[in-house]
Design a protein around this ligand. Sequence first.
Ligand code: MN
Length: 420
Amino acid sequence: MSSFTFIHAADLHLDSPLTGLESYPDAPVEQLRGASRRALDKLVDLAISEQVAFVLLAGDVFDGHWKDFNTALFFAQRMSRLRESGIQVFTVTGNHDAASTISKNLSTPDNVYIFSNKEPESIHLDELGVRISGQSYARRDVREDLATDYPLADDDCFNIGLLHTALTGRKGHEPYAPTSLEVLSSKGYDYWALGHVHQREVVARDPWIVFPGVIQGRHIQEQGPKGCTVVNVKEGQVEEAIFRDLDVLRWHFCSVNLEGCDSQEFVRAAISTGLESAQDAGDGRPVAVRLELTGQTSMHNWLHDQEQQVKEECRTLAAGLGDVWLEKIHLATSPLIDPTEDMDPDSPLAGILKSIEDLDLSQSSIDQVPELADMLSKLPPEVKGGPESFDLGDSTVMKDMQNQVRELLFSRLLHRGEGS
Ligand SMILES: [Mn+2]
């Protein structure tokens, strides 16, 4: 049995835009526009420097039908670089680059093999003793379990299965080509190279079942380091599957607790510390930060009443650090003293607040507003999942919205911060 190294990547979504920083006056436009391409460049560089035997791309190389041939041309050129180094590429298409979605023909160098979308195929790499089995998507919404028809392992080989799938379902991802660990395990393969789920996940180690995640985060819901998996095989066994980052711009969620901060200076200092740690998380890259301010603080009213000024100051603090951009600032603090404590329960304001508190935000009451369900059903899965979920069945999301309404009303009705 031979020893070799390969790279497993997926969901390149080449040339798909990065979203969330467009409205920024000094947004790093060039960095945003070219990020997915530069991440692919890093993947190619890594494959060459590590002298890998082959590269696996488990679907959604493209984000959809490309506007012109530039995207395809870029991909073909980078694959040629791998060809010059004798590196083969095996790929299946996913829902975003299914045959029905990409109408133009993709011509690639002869080191790139795209698996059939009609049935599972197997390719033998005789010199390595490797067999790779895969099937592409013929259309976007593949609802059947493609893995079922994959062939059983060839006992004389190191067996790899290449598949774009949501497995048993993952939040924020359409349940395409659903399958189970039982089905995958039953094939007797050594490594399942999956794609579709944008968050990296080592699902199992016996056999290895891996989602490498996207190679470049495209919005705050794809935060943290992004990249590929480098798999070392020693004498026919997976020795290790190592994450290697490839992203050129990083998204970071930064929560700052303002508890105990009782002056503007302390608030600024706490935010500065948070932003510095966000910058560190970028590890030398530009960082797009979602800043959340939490905690019970005497500065709660000031923060809410002076929201615009506070946000401008946060942006200024971020700009002062260099390549740090605030994607969004979320005020989620609470006051030290409950303003309703001394309130006359018969006053109009108390009445309004009570009706906000009494709002029935359960799933069943939401279901009674059919327009809402209709609107929500049209949202893309990327919006429905992740940290800024629009999942109205999620009680924490609803509670947060309720608090925002309450704070907004307080601020407006009590004219807090007036005259400043
Ligand atoms: Mn996909």
